[in-house]
Design a protein around this ligand. Structure first.
Ligand SMILES: [Zn+2]
Ligand SMILES: [Zn+2]
Length: 1024
């Protein structure tokens, strides 16, 4: 044994997290304090019990009882018949107030010594009360005469099996001469000597994967089992999760480095698929399932679930085999895959990894069939289920670059390969940057391959488009802006539209924004003279119209932008071919003519002529549509989006004769099939399939290293805001002690002093997370005014935070100031944080109440502890039924979160939503189908009217086309079809009305086409 063994850093982090948690719990209970200047009942939120009289006096509902309980208890199932004997240990303290002339007039409240009593209980079938005298005497003995409590045993025999409820009840009188405070503090209850049988969690789907035993339930507390047969109450429920390992096979792990796969992917990937096959047979064959069925007492339903899961697992194996076969036999697929690996290797060089995790490359193998069989494979939506852990974005990017290279190899020289959509307004800048970095890597590889003639990937440079709402970047830049239009000299142009954090080619942060009048482009320039790009403006387009002009390889954007397809004819570049290309340099593709763009070129006052497209028109259609965080497409937003997805599919089919492949990511599998059917009218497939047991599959297995420590808190007697303030205060106070009294803290926490700076950085910034803006703002404000620690710097990250500010905050978080005092100490954040904010320094979080959905809980908490052990306080709004339920099952909720995820409520058959989407659908058909067919401009009611007459269009014909596009053609959809016909009759009447005031076709009919998919009241429930 060597006394000088160096403590590993991760161990120090873990020890520090445990210590922080002890400090916070101590602050909540009042441990270690002997005197106070304020009433203890106004500040402590754990371990306290009010008196029973107080609760009785109230409304008497269970909600009030949970908010300020008079009892804590343990519910269990006795294994034997009554009488039941057990030893119940009660621990508690009291607080008393001295008179004004007491020994410490500034801090008149003082704490008594501990009471610890072992009460012998022998309960009959009727239960009973025990230990009242013993406890009364014990309180008197520590100096708190008048306090009383008892152990109460209730027998509930109306359940399937008899249940015992053993409680510690505070029976003290509400008022008495002797007592200054009738509360009990630092209470604990322990039951020993009773033989019990565990509860079984009620059967949910796929129960065969889970341990369903629950030894006992707590009442207003958590339950620990410190030794067999002993149940002890705990003030908080702590659940420690561990990091996954990404290889779970007895075979040796293949080399999945980017370099290896770029050189020769087949041997290593063959080893991967062989190992998967061996695992699947070892865990999913019917003889294995039969053995588990017997050993684990499965019901027939559970066995049926397991058989179905096994079938899905073997189908997944087949898909991987197919992908592997393609790499062996299809030269273009293999070449594209190799070039992609080279590009990803280049773009991640400085991110600290050089290889795929097996599940990432497994997904790629399972998905690449669509390259070879695009029409057939487009019938399926392939989804990365990312409950398995990080790496989702890289997985996407791998697929995206493979597709981009494959497109080039098969003759697509320009145009959009993929349109990637994110559900929130603030598609994060970090996320965008990762796309830009990957494309830059791909462009360097492409250029090199062309120069060395190793692959025919000629064409336009790979480029990125950033397509978000007006609030983020401009739709267009006009020479003479009016109203809220933007011109080259408008305030903030060009600097405020900077989107990139650094140059994707060389990582240099000194980017310069520029508006080039000649080319009419808003540009990012790298100022590093040694940058490998060397071609002027970076290939990144952030103005909508530039995206239409240049049709970048990958367009990233927010979901709501799909609405533009019903308003803006140049959006057709995202579903099919543009019309022509302008003869002038850097003018780009052209579209239908309008009064301001008389020749169809989108550059103002263009004098160029039109040239034919440089490649066959049908190749312009994007190969891929990516949908990030599919589970957020629910309720009304999901319903509206489902109609626009159908519109995109329809237009792409009309304009180019092909369907895009859809690939998505999701946090949940519950209701997934139905959701995909509703959104896309396609069949869903998920990768990876969940494993044979919870938390374990071929792709992941738990290992020892700590991931997150979740602490459930049910605040008692004080407000949630108070608890959040005090918790953050305790965290900040404790972390600052590392600076003020390092040796004391290191000894207390058991950490090596060499890690002080690291720990200060990793645990010095706390996140407080709220589901509502109100909660977040309140948290930020009160923290400033109520803290015992000076100088807490609070910043907010919400949907309301400006672009610029977000960038500044992220920068400060990633590269903290030298002095601790100057850093950000608390981030008050909304769900905006949960999407793509990846900061390794965020390792502590306080959640203000459970988020509305389990998916949000999973995703939000994943923001902390990304690389180092994390600590998450979940403050339950314990008055709410749902929070109370979750508190009771907190362990299962955290460990089996994926099955607590609520099914996604979504339908495409809402008539209210149809009323909103119809105008855009009709307008899009006019712009992109009728106008090209008419061979003239249909932008005014007059020309459109003439065309409608010439082409003999009728409401019924147009309605039939719209209903078919939406798939509302079944017998159950007759009301929907009626609604469409009626709306179109009005639209036609409006068009024919000689007195119409409409100047543009979008003004015909009511309402106008949606401007954003968010126009719908977000998240309002929608029904068929
Ligand atoms: Zn550069
Ligand atoms: Zn032009």
């Amino acid at each position: 044994m060597s006394g000088e063994a160096v403590q590993p850093l991760e161990e120090a982090c873990d020890a520090f997290v445990s210590w922080l948690d002890r400090r916070v719990v101590a602050a909540g209970r009042g441990d270690g304090l002997d005197r106070l200047d304020v009433a203890p009942a106004e500040t402590f939120w754990l371990g306290r019990l009010t008196c029973e009289d107080e609760v009785r006096k109230g409304t008497g509902d269970s909600r009030a009882e949970r908010l300020d309980p008079c009892a804590i208890g343990i519910r269990c199932r006795p294994a034997e018949a009554p009488p039941w004997s057990m030893t119940v240990t009660v621990r508690a303290r009291a607080w008393l107030k001295d008179p004004k002339d007491g020994p410490d007039p500034d801090r008149r409240w003082w704490r008594t010594g501990p009471v610890e009593e072992k009460v012998s209980v022998v309960a009959s079938a009727d239960g009973g009360t025990f230990g009242a005298e013993q406890l009364r005497d014990a309180f008197a003995a520590v100096g708190a005469p008048g306090l009383t409590a008892e152990v109460r045993v209730d027998v509930e025999d109306w359940h399937q099996d008899t249940e015992l409820v053993v409680q510690l009840v505070n029976t003290s009188p509400e008022r008495s001469r002797e007592l200054t405070d009738p509360h009990l503090y630092e209470t604990q209850l322990e039951v020993a000597g009773l033989t019990t049988t565990p509860f079984q969690l009620e059967a949910l789907p796929d129960s065969f994967r889970y341990h369903r035993d629950v030894p006992a339930y707590g009442i207003n507390v958590g339950v620990e089992v410190p030794a067999p047969g002993v149940f002890r109450s705990s003030d908080t429920t702590t659940v420690q999760t561990v990091r996954p390992d990404y290889w779970n096979s007895s075979r040796s792990e293949p080399t999945l480095s980017f370099e290896q796969l770029a050189a020769d992917p087949v041997p290593e990937l063959t080893a991967l698929v062989d190992a998967l096959e061996a695992y699947d047979h070892a865990h999913w064959s019917s003889s294995v399932l039969a053995a588990r069925e017997t050993a684990e007492g499965w019901t027939p339903d559970m066995r049926a679930e397991a058989d179905k899961a096994a079938a899905d697992v073997f189908a997944e194996l087949d898909r991987l085999r197919t992908g592997l076969k393609l790499l062996e036999t299809n030269r273009d697929v293999r070449r594209a895959f190799q070039l992609m690996n080279k590009a990803i290797g280049l773009s991640t060089k400085e991110r600290g990894y050089d290889a795929w995790r097996p599940f990432q490359v497994g997904f790629l193998l399972s998905a690449i069939r669509f390259l070879a069989e695009p029409a057939d494979d487009a019938k399926f939506v392939d989804t990365v289920w990312f409950a398995t852990g990080g790496g989702k974005t890289e997985t996407y990017l791998g697929l995206l670059l493979t597709t981009a290279f494959f497109d080039r190899l098969t003759g697509k020289r320009t145009g959009v390969t993929a349109w990637s959509r994110f559900p929130l307004r603030l598609l994060s800048l970090q996320q965008t940057q990762r796309f830009a970095d990957a494309l830059a890597g791909a462009e360097l590889v492409r250029r090199d391959a062309v120069a060395r003639r190793v692959a025919d990937v000629k064409g336009a440079p790979f480029s990125l488009g950033f397509l978000v709402g007006q609030a983020g970047t401009p739709n267009k830049i006009v020479p003479r802006p009016e109203g809220d239009e933007i011109g080259p000299d408008s305030p903030g142009v060009p600097d405020k539209y900077r989107v990139l954090l650094h140059c994707p080619f060389c990582r240099d942060e000194n980017l310069r924004m520029k508006f080039d009048r000649q080319r009419w482009k808003l540009e990012h320039h790298c100022t590093n003279t040694r940058c490998p790009w060397r071609r002027g403006a970076l290939p990144v387009y952030i103005v909508d119209q530039e995206i239409f002009r240049f049709l970048p390889t990958v367009v990233v954007g927010t979901l709501d932008k799909a609405a533009a397809i019903g308003l803006q004819q140049a959006m057709r570049g995202l579903v099919g071919p543009p019309q022509k290309i302008c003869s002038l340099d850097w003018h780009g593709f052209t579209y239908a003519t309008r009064s301001k763009t008389p020749n169809g070129c989108l550059v103002p006052d263009c004098q160029g002529t039109l040239k034919p497209l440089p490649m066959p028109a049908e190749r312009f259609a994007p190969s891929l549509r990516l949908q990030d965080e599919l589970h957020l497409l629910r309720d009304s937003l999901g319903a509206v989006n489902s109609h626009y997805e159908s519109l995109l599919d329809y237009l792409q089919q009309e304009l180019s004769g092909r369907h895009a492949k859809i690939v998505a990511s999701s946090a949940t599998l519950i209701g997934y099939d139905r959701q995909v059917e509703a959104l896309y009218r396609r069949e869903g497939r998920v990768f990876p399939q969940p494993g044979p047991r919870s938390g374990e599959s071929f792709w992941t297995v738990r290992r020892a290293e700590k991931l997150r420590r979740f602490v459930a808190v049910a605040p008692r007697g004080v407000t949630l805001e108070h608890v959040s303030d005090r918790t953050l205060d305790a965290l900040q106070h404790s972390v600052r002690r590392l600076v003020d009294e390092p040796s004391v803290v290191c000894a207390e926490a058991g950490i090596d002093p060499r890690y002080i700076d690291e720990l200060l950085s990793r645990y010095g910034t706390n996140v407080v997370y709220g589901s509502t803006l109100y909660d977040i703002e309140a948290a930020g404000r009160s923290l400033g005014s109520n803290s015992t620690v000076d100088g807490i710097n609070v910043e907010q990250l919400t949907g309301q935070t400006d672009f610029d500010e977000v960038r500044g905050i992220l920068e400060r978080l990633e590269k903290p100031e030298e002095e601790f005092a100057d850093r950000i100490h608390v981030i008050a954040a909304s769900s905006m944080l949960s999407h793509g904010v990846d900061i390794d320094r965020l390792n502590t979080m306080v959640m203000l109440g459970l988020p509305l959905t389990t998916a949000e809980f999973i995703q939000t908490t994943a923001r902390v502890g990304r690389r180092h052990p994390g600590l998450v306080y979940v403050l339950h709004k314990i008055g709410r039924e749902r929070d109370a339920q979750t508190f009771r099952h907190f362990d299962k909720y955290v460990r089996q979160g994926d099955r607590f995820v609520d099914a996604i409520p979504i339908t495409r058959r809402s008539r209210r939503v149809l009323a909103l989407t119809l105008p855009g659908l009709v307008s899009a058909r006019t712009l992109m189908v009728h106008e090209p067919a008419s061979r003239q401009r249909l932008s005014s009611p007059a020309t459109l009217r003439q065309y409608v007459r010439d082409a003999e269009l009728t409401p019924d014909v147009e309605a039939a086309a719209v209903a078919e596009l939406l798939g509302l053609d079944g017998p159950e959809d007759s009301l929907h079809r009626q609604q469409i016909v009626e709306w179109l009759r009005d639209w036609f009447a409006d068009l024919e009305d000689p007195g119409t005031t409409a100047r543009f076709i979008s003004e015909i009919g009511d309402p106008s086409p949606m401007r954003s998919l968010r126009d719908v009241e977000a998240q309002a429930p929608i029904h068929d």
